[in-house]
Every structure is written in structure tokens, then in C-alpha cells.
Design a protein around this ligand. Structure first.
Ligand code: 13P
Ligand code: SF4
Length: 303
């Protein structure tokens, strides 16, 4: 079956089953094109919390589908490919977090949504890359903040707050390995271009940017800037939407290696089969869900 046939079948199934398709910007272009909501982690969490659909099909990675299941426990959440995880999220476990808490008893814990449900349940509040600074600045009962699991997001946030930030040692294996040499070589080839990057990149790379933000932030920046050439410092899937929205602008990947394999597992066939067979259902046990929901809901209140 070709893409168009599959896309039409999926749209029909979504309608018949009162289901909604939430899609992240790193997904394949043909999936982005049929999204009910296409967004960054924050926009997708907000939608997951307020949709009145019976079924949420999440074209993203596990922590995103888990957040939807936590925020909407009465809905069925499907993750079309079970193995779509996030190596960054796996860089801290709940026992490791508890140990860090014991070592820093006066610190609040801010968990990046790129974390497991269990880790969220052991945290005070969640954040995404779109609201990390706002979330940290909203904390009034502690001067020290342990930010987990992404060290680069923590270091970036520390530049925009007077709270003392304790970064965890995790990193995104896609963004962390962008080098300043790569940035410089693309800048040399496109001297008029502006450089927009995700805060999961290293501090020395972020120092070379004109804009730092979530995927949704980068989409907005590209829409609003007058500059016609933009160097993109995040996963390459985002370029599909950037080009679609801005046919008069050129988008140059800072590196061809910026591909998140976990985001790319899901195909149109998987989404179709997930809807037909109602697989793979993502659930979070109540014991974890209630505490994780508190941390996520606190974040949504701040946003
Ligand atoms: P956003 O929240 O910016 O969409 O990022 C999610 C992510 O996984 C970045 O690698
Ligand atoms: Fe996780 Fe990095 Fe992939 Fe985002 S790009 S889902 S942080 S591995």
C-alpha cells in the first residue's frame, strides 16, 4: 500500500474509533502530515491532558506516551512501536534519584519529561525544554535545584536563574555529540545564516547560537525571523515541518548525524496496525501514576 492509501486508512480508523493522533516533530514526514496535533513535548502533554478522544495514538517515544497515560488515565494510549524509547530517559533510575536526594536534602527535584514514569513519581515537578527556566524560577521553597537527567539542559537553565542548579550527568546521544567544529564549518559555508539549536546540545555549541529553544520554539523562531537561511541544531525530522511552513527559507542541518533512531522506528504501517489491533497499550500502575501525575500537573500549572 502506498503512503496516501495508508494515510487515508489511518484517518478513517481514527475517526471510527474516536482516536486522536499526537505526533512529535522528530517523526517521519509522512506521519507528521496526518497529525491531529503536531508539537513539542509540552504541546503534546497539554493536548493529552485535555483531549476528549477515547484513544490517544502517540507517534513519539515511550516517555511521551507514558505522560499521556499519566495525565489521561481513563483513555487508551497506544505506542505503535514498543521499542521506541529514549536513551536519555534511561540515564537515571528511581533508586539513583533517591540516593541523590539523600545527598542533597535541601534541593528540589525538577525532572525533564524525558524520564521514566517512576522517576517522575520521585520528583517535585517536571519540565520540558520549552518551560525549564520558568519551572525552575517558579520554585519558591528551595534555593538549590537538582535537574535530571539532562546535564546540558540543566547547565543552559542555570544561565537564566539565580537558583543553584545541580546537573545530573545524563545527555541525549543525538544532541550531545554536535561539535563546535561542525557548527563553525556550516557557519563558514552559510555566513548569513542564523543558528537555532535545542538546549540538549553542549554549552559550547549553544554559545554559538542565535536562538535556543524546544522544537516548538525553533519552529516559531523560523516562522518569525526575516533571515532566509537557518542552521538547524536539532533532530532532522523537524526540517520536514520547517520547509513546509517556510518555502522561501533554506534549512541547513548542522550535522547529518542528528537522527534519533527511537523516533524513526514508527512507520505508517505501525500506526495502522496499532489502531486495528489496539496495540501496544501503555499503562502506568496507580502506585506510580498518582505521584507522577502530581509532578506533571504542577508543570502544566506553571506553563
Ligand atoms: P522537545 O520537547 O523540544 O520537543 O524535545 C523533545 C526531545 O526529545 C528532544 O530531544
Ligand atoms: Fe531522547 Fe535524544 Fe531521541 Fe530526544 S532526540 S527522544 S532526548 S534520544
Amino acid at each position: 500500500m502506498n503512503f496516501t492509501d495508508l494515510q487515508n486508512r489511518i484517518k478513517k480508523l481514527l475517526k471510527e474509533k474516536n482516536a486522536i493522533l499526537l505526533v512529535h516533530y522528530y517523526q517521519r514526514g509522512e506521519i507528521q502530515d496526518i497529525a491531529d496535533i503536531l508539537g513539542d513535548s509540552l504541546a503534546l502533554s497539554i493536548e493529552a491532558a485535555r483531549t476528549d478522544a477515547d484513544i490517544i495514538v502517540f507517534a513519539g517515544v515511550r516517555f511521551m506516551a507514558e505522560s499521556a497515560a499519566i495525565l489521561s488515565p481513563d483513555k487508551t494510549v497506544l505506542l505503535p512501536r514498543e521499542e521506541s524509547g529514549c536513551p536519555l530517559a534511561d540515564m537515571i533510575t528511581a533508586p539513583q534519584l533517591e540516593k541523590a536526594r539523600e545527598e542533597n536534602p535541601d534541593a528540589s527535584v525538577v525532572a525533564y519529561v524525558n524520564s521514566s514514569a517512576e522517576v517522575k513519581a520521585h520528583s517535585d515537578i517536571c519540565c520540558t525544554s520549552a518551560n525549564a527556566v520558568r519551572v525552575v524560577n517558579s520554585i519558591t521553597d528551595a534555593k538549590r535545584v537538582l535537574m535530571i537527567p539532562d546535564g546540558n539542559l540543566a547547565r543552559y537553565t542555570s544561565l537564566h536563574t539565580d537558583r543553584e542548579i545541580i546537573p545530573w550527568k545524563g545527555y541525549c546521544p543525538v544532541h550531545h555529540f554536535v561539535t563546535t567544529d561542525e557548527v563553525q564549518s556550516v557557519k563558514d559555508r552559510y555566513p548569513r545564516a542564523k543558528f537555532a539549536a535545542h538546549p540538549e546540545c553542549r554549552p559550547e555549541v549553544l554559545e554559538m547560537t542565535d536562538f535556543v529553544g524546544s522544537t516548538g520554539g525553533i519552529i516559531r523562531f523560523a516562522r518569525e525571523t526575516d533571515v532566509k537561511e537557518i542552521i538547524v541544531g536539532t533532530e532532522l525530522g523537524i526540517i520536514h515541518q520547517l520547509e513546509k511552513e517556510n518555502p522561501d527559507k533554506t534549512f541547513i542541518p548542522v550535522s547529518d548525524k542528528l537522527i534519533c533512531q527511537d523516533m524513526k522506528y514508527i512507520t505508517l504501517e505501525d500506526i495502522h496496525d496499532a489502531l486495528v489491533e489496539m496495540k501496544h497499550v501503555v499503562t502506568v500502575p496507580d502506585r506510580i501514576r498518582i505521584a507522577a501525575n502530581r509532578a506533571l500537573t504542577r508543570m502544566l500549572e506553571v506553563s
